[in-house]
Design a protein around this ligand. Structure first.
Ligand code: HEC
Ligand code: HEC
Ligand code: HEC
Ligand code: HEC
Ligand code: HEC
Ligand code: HEC
Length: 233
């Protein structure tokens, strides 16, 4: 779907050539040096997401550049580039069959901007909150219904998980990820993002990366991935 971004680029050039390079939206925000600066030199990067005539940067581009399904809020704007036209990175995020973390589309700071600031690389992946792979802890004080221990060294506990590969960019949507102690890259430690992902999780779960059914508890694949001695019915 090349339509929207080509149109955006064309309009941006139109504005710039009519009004000169003084078309700058707001002074408070910058995306320079982030991967969200997709503009060629001398073109404001802001106009790829904002209407150039809005001095506060509040007005966003068309709400439904990919209309025809149930996208709403910020999602269509994000998808207008992440649909493979500008980048295919993260396109799995928009697969409606895979649950995402809850958001309230259109409400400030409760939409994608609950966790992301599209202007700022933040703590990586445009995430605006700290704690890396324990990032869920910013808002949820406990580890969910299982209250599973975190920050333990899984392999040092003599547990060798069956599947530690989870890479939705390569169509691998099952596995539990182990992290380094900081939670910033691969390692041996258990973190919130060992069992969870805010995007691309297993259908029917509370955003888990392997199947879980509370009526069968420990006998399910997410637990058996590590506690494989447990139960078999
Ligand atoms: C990748 C898309 C994208 C780009 C590029 C972008 N913005 Fe934004 N901007 C958003 C979105 C989405 C929001 C609303 C969500 C939020 O961040 O709160 C927003 C909100 C804003 C706001 C109001 C929110 C606030 O926190 O005050 C300002 C001001 C703003 N942008 C300025 C800019 C400027 C200036 C640029 C260029 C340097 C820019 N933006 C580039 C997506 C973008
Ligand atoms: C103007 C096009 C454009 C828009 C609109 C846009 N993005 Fe992006 N985004 C990109 C590009 C390009 C990258 C860099 C991808 C790469 O590394 O190849 C990126 C990267 C990202 C990444 C980091 C991915 C990674 O693995 O490092 C996140 C997260 C992200 N965008 C979220 C958003 C969100 C949320 C929105 C909507 C508020 C949004 N984007 C809107 C173009 C865009
Ligand atoms: C609960 C917090 C949260 C919300 C809400 C959220 N995200 Fe994310 N998003 C994350 C985290 C954390 C990651 C990094 C995940 C990882 O590394 O496994 C991420 C990653 C991404 C990526 C990059 C994927 C990749 O593999 O590089 C994109 C694109 C993205 N989010 C878009 C969105 C869009 C669009 C929305 C709104 C519809 C949204 N996010 C809402 C937390 C959130
Ligand atoms: C910025 C704060 C924030 C972050 C970070 C965050 N959440 Fe949430 N989460 C919420 C809010 C608020 C709700 C309630 C949903 C609503 O009303 O929109 C929620 C709801 C949930 C639910 C549904 C709970 C239920 O009882 O149905 C799950 C599951 C969940 N979050 C898991 C996670 C996981 C796992 C992470 C890390 C990947 C995470 N959250 C990161 C704020 C956050
Ligand atoms: C060992 C795997 C595992 C780890 C580690 C884990 N969770 Fe969970 N979590 C689960 C499972 C399984 C569920 C239940 C899923 C379902 O019902 O679909 C759950 C449910 C949740 C829920 C929703 C239910 C509730 O009680 O509100 C939240 C919120 C949550 N986890 C947050 C976290 C946070 C925060 C962390 C890190 C501190 C974390 N989880 C670490 C496996 C894990
Ligand atoms: C990624 C591997 C992994 C997964 C997945 C996993 N566990 Fe664990 N579990 C561990 C490790 C490591 C320990 C800590 C063992 C130790 O301290 O010696 C542990 C400890 C426990 C304990 C003992 C808790 C305590 O406080 O000592 C229970 C109960 C448990 N897990 C239940 C579960 C359940 C239920 C699931 C599925 C929701 C699950 N585990 C998924 C690795 C895992």
């Amino acid at each position: 779907m090349k339509g929207p971004i080509v149109a955006v680029a064309a309009i941006a050039f139109l504005f710039l050539s009519t009004l000169g390079a003084s078309v700058v939206i707001g002074e408070m925000k910058s995306v320079s040096n982030t991967s969200h600066d997709v503009a060629p030199p001398d073109v404001s990067p802001c106009v790829y997401c904002h209407l150039p005539r809005d001095p506060d940067g509040d007005l966003l581009w068309a709400n439904n550049p990919n209309s025809g399904d149930d996208f709403s809020g910020l999602e269509p704007l994000c998808f207008s580039c992440h649909d493979g036209t500008v980048t295919s990175v993260g396109s799995y995020v928009f697969d409606g069959a895979r649950p995402d973390h809850l958001s309230n589309p259109g409400l400030r700071n409760q939409d994608c901007d609950r966790c992301h600031d599209p202007h700022d690389e933040g703590y990586g992946k445009f995430i605006k909150l700290p704690n890396a792979a324990n990032f869920c802890n910013n808002c949820h004080s406990r580890a969910g219904s299982t209250d599973h221990p975190i920050d333990v060294d899984v392999r040092a506990s003599n547990i060798q998980p069956i599947d530690v590969h989870w890479n939705p960019e390569e169509d691998d949507f099952s596995g539990t990820r182990l992290w380094n102690i900081e939670g910033t890259g691969p390692g041996d430690y258990m973190k919130c993002l060992t069992c969870h992902s805010p995007h691309g999780s297993e259908a029917g779960t509370d955003i888990n990366t392997l199947a879980f059914d509370s009526t069968h508890d420990a006998f399910l694949s997410i637990c058996q991935n590590c506690h494989y001695g447990w139960g078999s019915e």
